[in-house]
Design a protein around this ligand. Structure first.
Ligand SMILES: Nc1ncnc2c1ncn2[C@@H]1O[C@H](COP(=O)(O)OP(=O)(O)OP(=O)(O)O)[C@@H](O)[C@H]1O
Length: 259
């Protein structure tokens, strides 16, 4: 279970997030929307542990989230984050070596064989079993994101953080990636936080959709107040109902969301 209690994050005088209070249960699939710059990626970085909060608490299973990334939290970014000079298989094995021994880590003997087997298994799961020896420049955008997902899953995370992972992909490829993520979510029992600019994507993937927005504004000092979660919408399987609910909510809010 993940909890935020009166969480604030600011960079200098720029208040990015304020008064975040939330509880996320294991297995939730949270999709996050909100205007550009309102702090969605910052929230993911707090969960990842690469940024620290300014005030309040952020807890996993009642303990503060470690302030550094760990194998139990995997992340996939929109930009392809793979090593260009390594094959698909080497990329995933390198992720394993770094997670075990730091950036200079090498694997030998049994550890290397185990890492190779684990890498091949996860690459098969994401559909790259026929591309193990290809280099990233030989992969399509969707295949590169499959590789990034494989890297993120290698540490067997319980929490997967997705920062607009499919924003750069064509609609047909996106649909395939949606199916992959839903399968992985179910099979690995993941808790997922996914930032998206696509409301339909948010509704079709998530079990809860969060809207980030500011509840206080000072036109003289735009950075004085941060965003919070203004709507936490359970996604019904009937997307029409969910969309209607959100339209009603946002007509009362200052957020403009395009469908
Ligand atoms: N390392 C940093 N130092 C200072 N300010 C930062 C830093 N990272 C983010 N910010 C600021 O925090 C605010 C929120 O940025 P963030 O990237 O979280 O927004 P976002 O909602 O993810 O935006 P987008 O949808 O455009 O990706 C912005 O004002 C940004 O300039």
């Amino acid at each position: 279970m993940i909890e935020a209690k009166n969480l604030w994050k600011q960079y200098g005088d720029n208040v990015v997030l304020e008064q975040l209070n939330l509880t996320v249960n294991e297995g939730d699939f949270i999709t996050m929307v909100g205007s550009s710059g309102c702090g969605k990626s910052t929230f993911l970085k707090l969960l990842l542990g690469t940024e620290s909060l300014t005030r309040g608490e952020l807890l996993i299973n009642k303990k503060p989230i470690p302030n550094e990334p760990g194998p139990e939290r995997g992340i996939v970014f929109q930009q392809y984050s793979v090593f260009p000079h390594m094959t698909v298989l080497e990329n995933v094995m390198a992720a394993k070596a770094f997670s075990r021994q730091g950036i200079t880590g090498y694997l030998f003997g049994n550890a290397k064989r185990d890492a190779k087997e684990a890498a091949e298994a996860i690459l098969t799961e994401v559909g790259l079993q026929h591309s193990l020896n290809k280099y990233p420049h030989e992969l399509s955008g969707g295949m590169k994101q499959r590789l990034a997902i494989a890297q993120a899953l290698l540490g067997k995370p319980k929490i997967l953080l997705l920062d607009e992972p499919f924003g750069a992909l064509d609609p047909g490829i996106r649909a395939e990636m949606h199916q992959l993520v839903l399968n992985l979510w179910r099979e690995h029992g993941l808790t997922i936080f996914m930032v998206t600019h696509d409301l339909k994507e948010g509704f079709s993937l998530g079990t809860r959709l969060w809207v980030f927005d500011k509840i206080r504004h000072d036109p003289q000092e735009p950075n004085a107040y941060g965003a919070t979660i203004t709507y936490d919408i359970p996604v019904t399987r009937n997307h029409e109902d969910s969309l209607k609910m959100l339209t009603e909510h946002t007509s009362k809010s200052s957020t403009t969301i395009t469908q």
